[in-house]
Design a binder for this molecule. Structure first.
Ligand code: AMP
Ligand code: MG
Length: 440
């Protein structure tokens, strides 16, 4: 993977007018090619490592479970003693979890509890429901009657059946989740080597934007809207394990945009913006990035999300020692329309951030579902329609597909990926990507 974006990554020059737009697949490839994994690592407590990405293979120094042990409360027996029902055995020992028994001789049984080691010589466990403890003669060992003939190995959990010594239980590049933390703990690891969190500077552009809490709804000036993108973008970044510097709202002015980009580049791996990457003269982000660095791609043949931009901004001030020495911060400019921002984040920013963290990524697998709707107007661009599964193999469409309608994303549980030039009739098979795949 290359750390810089060269023109070879950009099949189409950003400024070319009327040329066919770059496809989403090409854009994704360019983004992934540029995403070099952050090289710095750190140790974190296993208890604190949920969501972090492993920077080492986790190799087990022991067998899990360490010894053969019982998976039932009952009696450990020797198979040769229990070939028919009704056999009586002397109960010569009691083995609770956490203690070792002694060798079991012929004609003997060991009272055993779940998790306790199987004593040498025993080769099956009879659960207590299949056994009857008989009142023994005082001073003598009690006897147990075995009421069901066991099979060899019955109710025995074998040493190493979960993890064998020397096995890689989790490979480098795994994003840790609750179950994997448990697995790491089961092989005795209380600290894990993980990739440093990517540092992301986030800002929104738009003179119309107001932060919720600053102005109450009844006092909003005409034309003003609340900044919604900041909220979901920040939350998505945090879910992906990023450290976020929220740089607020930047006015639609060239100088202000240049200044914030330069500040952000110094100490971040990625500058993520929303708004201001379209074609109007109030859109200052794209020209500012071109002035301070390089734009590798701009505009993708997708709907929503066309104005997406990707590039890099040079670091002019002293490079923070903790940031890698590439001399630039990456830049991703999302369209301002909330739905466009959300979808381009999922399809382009998320894979890029996974790449920055060295996460092993498998391409998302779409579901095949049947449309419960008609989509009579084909578009030249590949469309991502907000939709919801009906639980019976079908999919419903949100009625308003405008890129400004964030309600569509909240209502939906995924998107229908509709190829360019395609109409959809009820009953047609469509490809559906559930949001859950992207949010995990
Ligand atoms: P732009 O990409 O800057 O041309 O913005 C496109 C549309 O998205 C405009 O209607 C903006 O008002 C709206 N918009 C831009 N940024 C935000 C934001 N942070 N939150 C909500 N809407 C936004
Ligand atoms: Mg704007």
């Amino acid at each position: 993977m290359s750390s810089s974006i060269t023109s070879s990554n950009a099949p189409r020059a950003p400024d070319a007018k009327r040329a066919p737009l770059m496809s989403l697949d090409q854009a994704l490839q360019a983004v992934l090619d540029a995403a070099q994994a952050v090289s710095q690592t750190e140790f974190v407590a296993t208890l604190q490592a949920d969501g972090r990405v492993l920077a080492q293979d986790l190799v087990s120094a022991l067998q899990v479970p360490p010894q053969d042990n019982s998976s039932m409360d009952g009696y450990a027996v020797r198979m040769c003693d229990v070939q028919q029902t009704g056999v009586r055995l002397k109960v010569t020992q009691r083995i609770p979890a956490g203690q070792n028994g002694t060798a079991l001789n012929r004609g003997e049984a060991a009272r055993i509890f779940t998790g306790a080691p199987i004593p040498p010589g025993a080769d099956a466990v009879v659960m207590q429901e299949d056994a009857e403890l008989l009142g023994g003669t005082p001073g003598q060992e009690p006897e147990v009657q075995i009421n069901a003939v066991p099979s060899t190995g019955q109710w025995i959990r074998r040493s190493g059946e979960d993890v064998t010594q020397g096995a890689v239980v989790l490979p480098l590049g795994t994003r840790l989740d609750p179950a994997s933390l448990g697995l790491a703990a089961s092989i005795g690891l209380d600290q894990l080597k993980v990739v440093r969190r990517p540092r992301v500077a986030l800002f929104s552009t738009g003179d119309e934007l107001v932060m919720p809490g600053q102005v109450p709804p009844e006092k909003m000036r005409p034309g003003a809207i609340y900044n919604s993108n900041r909220f979901f973008l920040r939350a998505l970044l945090l879910r992906l394990g990023c450290e976020v510097t929220d740089m607020g709202i930047v006015p639609d002015q060239r100088d202000a945009t240049l200044a914030v980009l330069q500040t952000a580049a110094a100490e971040h791996d990625l500058i993520l913006t929303s708004g201001g990457v379209s074609v109007g003269e109030e859109d200052h982000v794209k020209p500012a990035v071109e002035a301070l660095g390089h734009l590798a791609l701009w505009q993708i043949s997708m709907k929503p999300g066309k104005p997406f931009a990707f590039g890099q901004v040079r670091r002019v001030s002293a490079v923070d020692a903790a940031v890698d020495e590439t001399g630039h911060a990456f830049f991703m400019g999302l369209p301002g329309n909330p739905v466009s921002s959300f979808i381009t984040f999922m399809l382009l920013v998320r894979p890029f951030l996974q790449g920055l963290q060295g996460v092993l990524q498998a391409p998302a697998q779409p579901l095949r579902l049947q449309a419960n709707f008609s989509w009579p107007k084909a578009d030249r661009r590949r469309e991502f329609l907000r939709a919801k599964r009906d639980g019976a193999g079908g999919v419903d469409l949100f009625p308003n597909q405008s890129s400004g309608v964030l309600t569509s994303v909240v209502w939906a549980d995924g998107v229908v990926d509709n190829p360019s030039g395609q109409t959809i009739s009820p009953g047609d098979w469509v490809q559906f990507y559930p949001f859950s795949e992207w949010l995990s």
